[in-house]
Design a binder for this molecule. Structure first.
Ligand code: NAD
Length: 334
């Protein structure tokens, strides 16, 4: 099948081409992300593949449909970037990769927690300058601390298990309990979790209910000196509310792999440009903030698995078989 692959980088091409030896699709790679302005690139392609920060809004989907596209294959788990209601109206199938390597994201979450706690980013720079002083590098034992996991699906469930392995007390909140966490995590309300956790880590999807789940109000209820980690979706946090909390020391550690306005920043080399997002630029000035550019998923195992699942879904669509990774508007939690 002819597939227009948007938001491609060298690694995307390499892994998709390797996986495609088993499928034989005609892959055309485009570096730009999908938007109403770029949708025309996919004219004549029955299948289109996109990534996390593409804009599959109503306008882009309408343009794709006019160009003959009938399948949208997301190379990611989250699907908040797609107007699923519009896709349904257009009878355009949407598939995703629900689970490629939850370990990749869970392990990156723990990497952020440990780096923030033990100030690895500061120690790395300091030692390279020949400065071996320990002042300002003191951390805390993870053992015995309370970690609150918001969303205990595939990724949050693993984070809870790893933290339990450190000897942490694990609090959890979710709309459905994960049976694997019996004896590992105690389910409480979101409010109770926020009030009682030393570390709050976010692993729920972005939905109308979870947008800005971390706001000025929820931060006010957190423990003083809390650590906040978000490797899920940027808009779970109202970033503007974070800055006063960092200045006041209410949030003493912040680890972000995602950011609400990341689409204008991440996955590009902007090192010779001025960053226009003042909130993001301010975040980068704090010594107790670590930001990574949406790389939590980025392991060999995960990228190979994403490529395999995406191509398998395209083959299933081409052969008229059921789409086991299909997402529809009805799946969005209302
Ligand atoms: P999942 O569907 O297995 O788990 C999500 C959990 O969140 C579910 O158990 C769900 O019931 C729960 N949830 C839904 N609404 C909630 C609410 N209001 N409060 C608390 N919990 C709620 O998904 P997953 O595979 O664990 O992925 C979690 C998120 O991680 C994805 O939605 C995606 O946005 C993000 N993600 C990020 C990266 C990255 O590279 N940074 C990679 C993959 C996924």
């Amino acid at each position: 099948m002819k597939v227009a692959v948007f938001s491609t980088r060298k690694h995307t091409r390499q892994f998709l081409n390797d996986a495609n030896s088993g499928y034989g699709h005609q892959l055309s790679f485009f570096e730009p992300s999908l938007s109403p302005a770029t949708a025309v690139l996919a004219e004549g392609f029955p299948a289109v593949s996109i990534f996390v920060n593409d804009q599959a809004n109503s306008e882009a989907l309408t343009l794709l449909h006019e160009g003959g596209t009938r399948l949208l294959a997301l190379r990611c788990a989250g699907f908040n970037q797609v107007d699923l209601a519009r896709a349904g109206e257009l009878d355009m199938a949407v598939v995703r990769v629900p689970a490629y390597s939850p370990h990749a994201v869970a392990e990156h979450t723990i990497a952020l927690m440990l780096a923030l706690n033990r100030k690895i980013h500061r120690a790395y720079a300091r030692v390279r300058e020949g400065n071996f002083a320990l002042d300002g590098l003191m951390g805390f034992d993870m053992f015995g601390r309370t970690v609150g996991v918001v969303g205990t699906g595939r990724i949050g469930g693993l984070v809870a298990q790893i933290c339990h392995g450190f000897g942490c007390q694990v609090l959890a909140c979710d709309v459905v309990e994960n049976p694997d966490l019996a004896g590992i995590a105690s389910y409480v309300s979101t409010d109770e979790l926020i009030r009682n956790s030393d570390i709050v880590t976010l692993h729920c999807p972005l939905t109308p209910q979870t947008r800005h789940i971390i706001s000025e109000q929820s931060i006010a209820r957190m423990k003083n000196g809390v650590m906040l980690v978000n490797t899920s979706r940027g808009a779970l946090i109202n970033a503007k509310a974070i800055i006063p909390a960092l200045k006041a020391g209410k949030i003493a550690f912040l680890g972000l792999d995602v950011y609400e306005e990341e689409a204008d920043l991440f996955f590009q080399d902007l090192s010779d440009q001025v960053i226009h997002d003042d909130v993001f630029a301010r975040l980068l000035t704090f010594p107790n903030v670590i930001v990574t550019g949406h790389q939590a998923f980025f392991t060999r195992e995960a990228v190979a698995s994403i490529s395999q699942t995406t191509l398998a879904s395209i083959t299933a669509f081409e052969q008229g078989r059921p789409l086991e990774n299909e997402v529809t508007a009805e799946m969005v939690v209302r």
